[in-house]
Design a protein around this ligand. Sequence first.
Ligand code: ADP
Ligand code: MG
Length: 213
Amino acid sequence: MTDSITTATLQDWITRFGAAVAEKRDWLTELDSAIGDADHGANMTRGMSAVAEKLSGGAPATADELLKSVGMTLVSSVGGASGPLYGTFFLRTGMTAGAVTELDAVGLAAALRAGFEGVVARGKAEAGDKTMFDAMSPAVDALDAAIAGGGDLVEASKAAAVAAANGRDATLPLVARKGRASYLGERSAGHLDPGAASTALLFETLAAAIAES
Ligand code: ADP
Ligand code: MG
């Protein structure tokens, strides 16, 4: 029964997310070349490399210090829409997590929901707009539902990862209503949203970090 996540595991999540976007860089770029400007792989890789460099200077002791540092680094190192959006996600997740060295399941779910709400406040996306919202919203919902149902953090984060991946896949037929892809109108249908694809990696790596903690 895993019922809490430490700052070290949160840092492992960030490291894994950085490795995942680097590994999937070409795929993320390919997705963005179909409905955007072919820079999502480069944006995410640049941002997460800057984060890795920042964190190599020493591990922050608390969840808020760690996550706020990740958020600020993403905002300052990524020019595309995804920088401020992921940056806000991590900043708000960190603010809600607070100056703690460990979060229980309810605390982690509340922090991630605040991060998601930050993305919504910043980007104004709604369900079905074909954005990262469509992977993130079902992920935080699944996390809450699994915890409410008595699941531990391993099960709950796995459920969130599955929900995010399903949300990513469900963007395929959608017509984009936010971001660059919206300029394509109907022609955006038939392609996965790149931001939803990176968000699925975000929750997949969270589940992996928790499972292996
Ligand atoms: P840019 O669109 O500036 O080139 P990226 O290619 O890095 O930036 O990121 C594109 C992704 O950002 C999209 O696939 C989408 O998921 C996400 N996105 C864009 N605008 C919004 C928004 N207003 N709200 C939520 N997500 C958005
Ligand atoms: Mg782009």
